[in-house]
Ligand binder design. Structure first.
Ligand SMILES: Cc1cc2nc3c(=O)[nH]c(=O)nc-3n(C[C@H](O)[C@H](O)[C@H](O)COP(=O)(O)OP(=O)(O)OC[C@H]3O[C@@H](n4cnc5c(N)ncnc54)[C@H](O)[C@@H]3O)c2cc1C
Length: 406
């Protein structure tokens, strides 16, 4: 039995910290907070943990990534959270397979075949010395390898990585060096996919978590916060918002208008994705980690080939916003795989959302961090430090350390 106070809040509903959002940022933040002995509650609006990490399971022994697909052993905070949960032994190595450019006539081309070596050799000594801060990808990488190489090779390859045009993306937030955890495979996933890795952390890392719980309001109160969803209220001393930037802005608007107005300067893009599973014998496409669509309906195709299955192959097409309707997308998928649409064993369509970042955003993120200094509120997510899971996990761990030190 717990004492009931204001608005039906009981001691049972009070936490040291509440994390709102159950993607990679939120799960890592909750795990690191719980590892420090704090009582933590994670609230996720959806029916699964993962957010941009979505491992579709069309049959009991097959999964396909519809969002993020690869984690690296430079993702130390993610691996530490997994270790806290007791799940680090199950990491699954991804086989070494390359990406290929796909021509609209169906021909495959190695990325290196697009590299002009002389242009690269002439540009690189000058390009390498230029600082990345304040420069966009087109500027920095265009000078690094030369404008021809940038146009032919890097622009489409980076757009495939980001699932959106890469030119204006901040150079300092693309491919940052991080220390490697040597005991983990260089590139890995998890049995059941990356979503299963996050689910393992949620099960084992010692915090409470709820699905189907969309937070609708947060209020600043003396000594902490009130967090509301579905007619329920929880209280906490410290609050971490691990949300897409537009959702974070909406929740902050009433209590932190000055922070919300900074977050409203970010824009989100939608990326339609279609996952398809076929019998392996039906398609003659050679094993590849993925395809880069230079002038195609899609930015990239990501395959399950680095984690091969004896009978099935899976492909996720990340389409451009103007790719056309579902019929056009299915027809292009069939043409790329060289199969009939009747050969699709399973098909699943979804929409991924990411922030469209540019050089205005690193200084804005620094301003946001300065505003949070000394506050029991933390913002974590893929708009503050870079898009990758590793960037998100790094920000989450850093913000947890800041809150623990208050
Ligand atoms: C197609 C694609 C491919 C990618 N590939 C890779 C890759 O291979 N490797 C890599 O490192 N990175 C990759 N990324 C980037 C990376 O996956 C994401 O940037 C990262 O996972 C974002 O995590 P997050 O927790 O910050 O945000 P999200 O994943 O967006 O999670 C936010 C969560 O908040 C929840 N939420 C929203 N509103 C509420 C509310 N009101 N109350 C409660 N919960 C709420 C959402 O349901 C969601 O689960 C990829 C991204 C995409 C889209």
């Amino acid at each position: 039995m717990h004492a009931t106070g204001e608005l039906g809040v009981t001691q049972a509903n009070h936490y040291d910290a509440i994390v709102v959002g159950g993607g990679a940022s939120g799960v890592v933040a909750a795990a690191r907070m719980a590892a420090a002995g704090r009582r933590v509650l994670l609230l996720e609006a959806g029916t699964r943990f993962g957010g941009c990490i979505q491992s579709w399971r069309p049959s009991t022994d097959f999964w396909l990534e519809l969002g993020a697909h690869t984690a690296y052993n430079s993702y130390g905070p993610l691996l530490r959270a997994l270790t806290d949960s007791g799940g680090a032994d199950a990491l699954l190595r991804r086989e070494k397979l390359g990406y290929r450019f796909l021509h609209t006539d169906g021909g495959l081309q190695s990325p290196l075949a697009r590299l002009g070596w002389i242009e690269a050799a002439v540009s690189m000594p000058f390009g390498l010395r230029r600082p990345k801060a304040g420069r966009d990808v087109a500027d920095w990488f265009g000078r690094l390898l030369g404008p021809g190489n940038y146009r032919r090779l890097l622009a489409p390859a980076f757009a495939a990585v980001l699932s959106q045009p890469a030119d204006r993306f901040p150079a300092e937030w693309l491919f940052r060096r991080k220390p490697r955890v040597k005991s983990a495979p260089r590139k890995f996933t998890y049995p059941g996919g990356l979503q299963a890795l996050l689910e393992r952390i949620v099960r084992g890392a010692g915090f409470e978590a709820r699905l189907d719980t969309a937070v609708t309001a947060i209020e600043r109160r003396s000594g902490g916060f009130h967090v509301r969803a579905d007619g329920q209220t929880w209280t906490c001393a410290q609050l971490l918002l691990a949300l897409p930037v537009d959702a974070a802005a909406r929740l902050l608007r009433a209590s932190w208008p000055e922070l919300a107005s900074r977050l409203e300067q970010f824009v989100m893009v939608e990326i339609p994705a279609v996952g398809v599973v076929v019998q392996a014998k039906r398609t003659s496409l050679p094993p590849v980690a993925g395809l880069i669509g230079a002038d195609d309906l899609f930015w990239s195709v990501v395959t399950r080939d680095p984690v091969p299955h004896p009978d099935l192959r899976g492909f996720t097409f990340h389409f451009r916003p103007d790719a056309g309707d579902a019929a056009a997308c299915r027809a292009r998928i069939a043409a790329v795989l060289g199969v009939a649409e009747a050969d699709f064993l399973h098909v699943h369509a979804t929409i991924n959302r990411l922030p469209a970042l540019d050089t205005r955003h690193p200084p804005l993120a620094a301003e946001i961090s300065a505003m949070l200094d000394g506050q029991p509120l933390a913002l974590v997510g893929n708009y503050l430090n870079g898009l990758s899971i590793g960037d998100c996990a790094e920000r989450a761990e850093r913000e947890v350390q800041r809150l623990l030190a208050l």
